[in-house]
Design a protein around this ligand. Structure first.
Ligand code: ADP
Ligand code: X2W
Length: 271
């Protein structure tokens, strides 16, 4: 048997990592061109998708006559709700995304964060939210193995506690945790609006400080709050900018994407 060259030494493995979060708000409207653009993105980056699916979960719960509510952006998740969350995220949304990518001949591999200790989580506040968690550890080795074998991981935001309980995780937080642990160079939040809007127009560049004041004034509200908080949380020496972009534009010409860029420090010359 021939000895395998350690993957890390191959040139293609030196590519930086980009994490793309696909928001549930846009999932049913992503074009073929959008999915196709991962082919180009993959020429420059190792790509990882983390997806949401809030609307798909809510629809499935409604069909089953199960009431659902959110506190501070997180869905209250009972045992019964959790079953539906798993079904919707893993059985429907994850399968839908990997199928679309396969149609573009992209070697996408669907992964549940709750499998193989990919996302180890802890309860946030079980009394308040039930089976909802935040991420304590990302099994980066598993993701690296996929990337080095040229598979593109597509991750459903489910986690497992150290006690073995599956939990529901907000997808924006999951994407930020994966980006941080993987030392990603870019994190893109793909959603149904072209960035943080002010007076009907997207703010092109902003900072964590400005984002905090926009939350305080109420300009940023609802589902945009966990997104910008996750974006700010993900910023680091390695990941110096995070973008919020609309799924209406394909991810080609990734350096010219239109949307809101959140940077630890504003670029000189940009007001
Ligand atoms: N300042 C803002 N600019 C743009 N969208 C905002 C803003 N504040 C709140 N939002 C809301 O955030 C939504 C996007 O968040 P969300 O619905 O959670 O999307 P996703 O499912 O893609 O994560 C927008 O559709 C909009 O209703
Ligand atoms: C704890 C929690 O709220 N989990 C989310 C997981 C899906 C998600 O975050 O989807 P979007 O990105 O489409 O909003 C939920 O149950 O809706």
């Amino acid at each position: 048997m021939s000895k395998l060259t350690p993957a890390i030494e191959r040139e293609s493995d030196q590519k930086p990592v980009v994490v793309v979060k696909l928001g549930g708000s846009m999932l049913d409207r992503l074009s073929e061109e959008f999915y196709q653009s991962f082919t180009e993105l993959r020429e420059h980056y190792h790509c990882i998708i983390v997806h949401g699916g809030g609307p798909a979960i809510t629809l499935m719960l409604k069909r089953l006559n199960i009431e659902t509510e959110f506190y501070e952006g997180f869905r209250k998740t009972t045992k019964e709700t959790l079953e539906v969350v798993e079904m919707a995220l893993s059985g429907k949304v994850n399968a839908q995304i990997t199928a679309e990518l396969a149609r573009q001949s992209i070697r996408a591999i669907g992964l549940k964060g709750s499998d193989a200790r990919l996302l180890t989580a802890k309860f946030i506040d079980q009394e308040k939210w039930g089976y909802v968690g935040t991420i304590e550890h990302v099994e980066t080795d598993l993701l690296l193995r996929c990337l080095h074998a040229d598979y593109m991981p597509v991750i459903a935001p489910l986690g497992k506690t150290t006690g073995g309980q599956t939990v529901n995780i907000n997808a924006d937080l999951a994407a930020a945790a994966v980006a941080k642990s993987m030392n990603a160079e870019k994190l893109l939040f793909v959603t149904d609006v072209p960035g943080i809007l002010r007076g009907g127009k997207a703010i092109e560049d902003t900072t964590p400080e400005e984002v905090a004041s926009l939350i305080e004034t109420g300009l940023i509200y609802g589902g945009m709050i966990p997104k910008v908080n996750a974006a700010v949380e993900a910023l680091s020496d390695q990941l110096q900018e995070v973008m919020i972009v609309s799924g209406e534009q394909p991810l080609i010409k990734h350096n010219q994407l239109k949307g809101t860029r959140i940077q630890a420090r504003r670029k000189e010359g940009v007001k």
